[in-house]
Design a protein around this ligand. Structure first.
Ligand code: NAD
Ligand code: UDP
Length: 311
C-alpha cells in the first residue's frame, strides 16, 4: 500500500523528479513549496492527479500534516539564489529543519534531509568520505548555505538522539538534468543554455576547479533507497557520481555535444568557490546497494534535449 509522503521543495528541480517518482510508485504525495526557485510548470502534469496535492507554504512557518514520510528538500541550491537573501537562506535551512523535525516527531514520520557536499566546504581531503569534517568559512558569502546545512544536520541528529525521530541524512553532490531552471545559475544549466544560444561560455577562474556531476535519475534512486533503508541507518551518506571533471572539460564537452560555436570566456572566481569535489560512495554502495549508472556524456545529452524544448 502507498504511503502519505510530504516533499518540501517539491516544485524545485530535484523535488519535482521525486514527486513524479513517488506518485508512479502509488504513494499519496503532498508537495509543499513557496515557489522561490521552484516552478509550478515542474509539477503541472501532476496537479490533476488525485494522489497529488500542492500547498504553497514557507517552511520557516510550522505546519501540521498527517504523513508517514517527509523528504526535506526546501532550500535554494544555486549560489546566486541562496546568496540573494542569505539571512532567509539560513532561516530556511535551520528554522525549516526544526519545523519539519517537529512535525516528524509529532506524527511519528520518518524524515530525510537533503544535505549537501557543501558541508565539506573547500576540502583539504580528496575525495571526500562521510567521516571528513570539512573546511568551511563561517563568515563568507557561501556560509549561509554551508553553515545552514551543517546546523540542519546537527538538528537532525539531536532530534534523533533526544526524541528517537527516524532520520536519514543525505549529502548530495552536484546533480543536473531536465527541469533545472534555465536561469538557475548553476554550471551545467548555464553552459548548456549559453551553448544553445551561441553565447560565450562563462568559466569562473581558470576552469581547473573540479566537480563530480550526478544525473538526476541516479540521484533520486539513491534518495528513495535511503529513505526506505533499515531504521538504524541514519547516514550521513554521500550520494553523487565519483567521476570528476574540471569545469573547463565540462565546457568543452557541452560545446562538442551541442555542436555550438560558442567561445570560452574567463570571469573572476567567486570567493570560497571549492577547488575540488568528489564523493567517496563506498557507504552508499554497502548500505543501499547504490551507485550511479549514467555517464556524464549520456546525462548531458538528455539535459540538452530538455533545454532545446524550452528555448
Ligand atoms: P531548487 O532551487 O530547484 O529547489 C528548491 C525548492 O525549495 C524550490 O522549489 C524552492 O521554491 C523551494 N524553497 C526554497 N525555500 C523555501 C522555503 N522557505 N519554504 C518552502 N519552499 C522553499 O534546488 P534543487 O537542486 O532541487 O535542490 C533541492 C535540495 O537539494 C536543496 O535542499 C538543496 O540544498 C539540495 N542539494 C541539491 C544539490 C544539486 O546539485 N541539485 C546539491 C546538494 C544539495
Ligand atoms: N561556474 C562557472 N561558470 C558558470 C557557473 C559556475 O565556471 O557559469 C563554476 C563555479 O565557479 C564552480 C562550478 O562551476 O566552480 C560549479 O558551480 P555551481 O554553481 O554549479 O555549483 P557549486 O559551486 O555549488 O558546486
Amino acid at each position: 500500500m502507498g504511503k502519505r509522503i510530504l516533499v518540501t521543495g517539491g516544485a524545485g528541480f530535484l523535488g519535482a523528479h521525486l514527486c513524479e517518482r513517488l506518485i508512479k510508485e502509488g504513494n499519496d504525495v503532498i508537495c509543499l513549496d513557496n515557489l522561490f526557485t521552484g516552478n509550478k510548470d515542474n509539477i503541472r502534469h501532476l496537479l490533476g492527479n488525485q494522489y497529488f496535492e500542492f500547498i504553497r507554504h514557507d517552511i520557516v512557518q510550522s505546519i501540521i500534516l498527517e504523513v508517514d514520510q517527509i523528504y526535506n528538500l526546501a532550500c535554494p541550491a544555486s549560489p546566486i539564489h541562496y546568496q540573494y537573501n542569505p539571512i532567509k537562506t539560513t532561516k530556511t535551512s535551520v528554522l525549516g529543519a526544526m519545523n519539519m523535525l517537529g512535525l516528524a516527531k509529532r506524527v511519528h514520520a520518518r524524515i530525510l534531509q537533503a544535505s549537501t557536499s557543501e558541508v565539506y566546504g573547500d576540502p583539504e581531503v580528496h575525495p571526500q568520505p562521510e567521516s571528513y569534517r570539512g573546511c568551511v568559512n563561517p563568515i563568507g558569502i557561501r556560509s549561509c548555505y554551508d553553515e545552514g546545512k551543517r546546523v540542519a544536520e546537527t538538528l537532525f541528529f539531536d532530534y534523533h538522539r533526544m526524541h528517537g525521530v527516524e532520520i536519514k541524512v543525505m549529502r548530495i553532490f552536484n546533480t543536473y538534468g531536465p527541469k533545472m531552471h534555465p536561469s538557475d545559475g548553476r554550471v551545467v544549466s548555464n553552459f548548456i543554455v549559453q551553448a544553445l544560444r551561441g553565447d560565450d561560455i562563462t568559466i569562473y577562474g581558470d576552469g581547473s576547479q573540479t566537480r563530480s556531476f550526478c544525473y538526476v535519475d541516479d540521484l533520486i534512486e539513491g534518495m528513495v533507497r535511503l529513505m526506505n533503508s533499515r531504521a538504524e541507518f541514519t547516514g550521513p551518506v554521500n550520494i553523487g557520481n565519483p567521476s570528476e571533471f574540471t569545469i573547463k572539460q565540462l565546457a568543452e564537452l557541452v560545446i562538442k555535444l551541442t555542436g555550438s560555436s560558442s567561445k570560452l570566456v574567463y570571469r573572476p572566481l567567486p570567493s570560497d568557490d571549492p577547488l575540488q569535489r568528489k564523493p567517496v560512495i563506498d557507504l552508499a554502495k554497502k548500505e543501499l546497494d547504490w551507485e550511479p549508472t549514467v555517464p556524464l556524456e549520456e546525462g548531458l545529452l538528455k539535459t540538452i534535449e530538455y533545454f532545446k524544448t524550452i528555448q
